[in-house]
Design a protein around this ligand. Structure first.
Ligand SMILES: Cc1ncc(COP(=O)(O)O)c(C=O)c1O
Length: 414
């Protein structure tokens, strides 16, 4: 922990990076298939890659780019891309279809429905994944059971129920909800579509991570239309680490050792299981216990996905933990931009990475990290706003009422 700037970090100095798993898990053909299927979903459009040139200028950075998943279909989060791709693959397996035979129209046809009957999909969630599964199950004509933990806000529960899912509230935290979901699914014959992995359960989480890469193919298209080959740095937030592994694995495979961006993984300091795993430095994933109490609901996970950790331990460069107010500040920076920059509506989990960069560049200390990252006027930094206003009450409390205020010591000086 650096007291001057209130953030903790670990630099993973790789002698060499083993990107073989990243290449195996994120082949470009699979990303293209995911994008083809996603683009057939009614309401699909490419989300914007918002450039914030004035903020970049203020921070002395070449470019700040935010992939705005707050605009992702009607769900306002990237999460739906993973769950829907896992469901597409599930039906492909059941029906023994080749990739070329897969289409959204065919999967939603009466013929398919009568062949398969009604299936119940089940998952635990801290909000967005469950909403995505509920939405995709409804869209494809099936049933859905979603498990949430007792700290989940009513707004998030209602948003899942709105797509016809049955929601069960489980005592404890996210990890308890995962365990209970698996037990009940086994007893009832439901299909578990979990974004986290465990021993013997890796196929679905792999597909979920692959589904996220639609967003990255879009990003690359948007970068290349601006003459940028790859970003120089990518800040990505982590709960169980599946998103971070998808982003870092995809880019590691794509760049294949040439101009690979520096990858920075950001977590809440109350739920830093990826950070704890990096800190232990024994190659194994490590859990953190407790209530995991953080405003970043999507990142409140105490157990890393082992599958994700396998990618992150090889390919991620820096691990950062920050307090809640950093996410709140990130939300305010995005919602009240500098003149000429676009406004971005971001939820707590979506904004923490930009908040972390701001904290790092505007406060003293952290010289070793700054030197290692070498962020300068030639840097093009990518952030993913992973959610929009998914919890409107909390959003208003932060943006309107100034909740989770920046402590005086770390505030902008008058
Ligand atoms: C908005 C948001 N951002 C980021 C994440 C982190 O994803 P992961 O759990 O795969 O690390 C989540 C997870 O639910 C989320 O909802």
């Amino acid at each position: 922990m650096n007291n001057e700037s209130d953030i903790s970090w670990i630099i993973k100095k790789h002698e060499t990076k083993d990107i073989s798993k990243a290449k195996e898990m994120f082949p470009i053909e699979t990303a293209r298939l995911a994008r083809r299927l996603h683009s057939q979903i009614p309401g699909y459009h490419m989300t914007r890659l918002a450039a914030l040139p004035n903020l970049a200028n203020m921070l002395g950075v070449g470019g700040i780019y935010v992939k705005d998943e707050g605009e992702r279909m009607e769900l306002n989060s990237f999460k739906v891309m993973g769950g829907s791709f896992a469901l597409f693959r599930f039906f492909q397996d059941r029906l023994n279809l080749k990739d070329e035979q897969l289409s959204f129209e065919y999967l939603t046809s009466d013929e398919i429905k009568s062949k398969l009957g009604t299936i119940t999909f089940a998952s635990a969630t801290d909000g967005n994944h469950g909403r995505g599964i509920a939405w995709a199950s409804k869209m494809l004509g099936h049933k859905c059971m979603i498990y949430v933990h007792s700290e989940t806000s009513q707004a998030r529960i209602d948003a899942i129920k709105a797509y016809g899912a049955i929601v069960k509230v489980i005592e404890g935290n996210y990890d308890n909800a995962v365990k209970k979901c698996v037990i009940d699914a086994k007893a009832n014959g439901w299909e578990v579509i979990s974004d986290t992995s465990w021993d013997g359960y890796t196929e679905v989480p792999t597909r979920i991570m692959q589904g996220y890469t639609t967003m990255l193919l879009e990003t690359q298209k948007q970068f290349s239309s601006q003459g940028i080959e790859y970003p120089t740095h990518i800040f990505v937030q982590a709960g169980v680490g599946a998103l971070a592994a998808a982003v870092i694995g995809f880019y590691s495979a794509l760049c294949d050792g040439v101009n690979t961006p520096k990858f920075i993984v950001v977590e809440p300091d109350q739920a830093g299981c990826i950070f704890a795993s990096a800190q232990a430095d024994d190659g194994q994933p490590h859990n953190v216990d407790g209530s995991l109490s953080t405003i970043m609901a999507g990142l409140a996970c105490g157990e890393p996905s082992p599958l994700a950790w396998d990618i992150l331990k090889e390919c991620a460069d820096v691990f950062i933990e920050v307090p809640d107010y950093v996410a709140a500040r990130g939300m305010r920076i995005m919602a009240t931009p500098l003149k000429g920059d676009p406004m971005i509506i971001s939820g707590e989990s979506g904004a923490v990475t930009l908040g972390a960069l701001y904290q790092l560049l505007t406060l003293p200390g952290n010289e070793e990290l700054k030197q290692y990252l070498n962020i300068n006027h030639d840097s093009n930094i990518l952030f993913i706003n992973t959610e929009g206003n998914t919890d409107p009450k909390s959003f208003r409390q932060i943006i309107w009422d100034g909740a989770d205020q920046v402590p005086e010591k770390y505030a902008t000086k008058r």
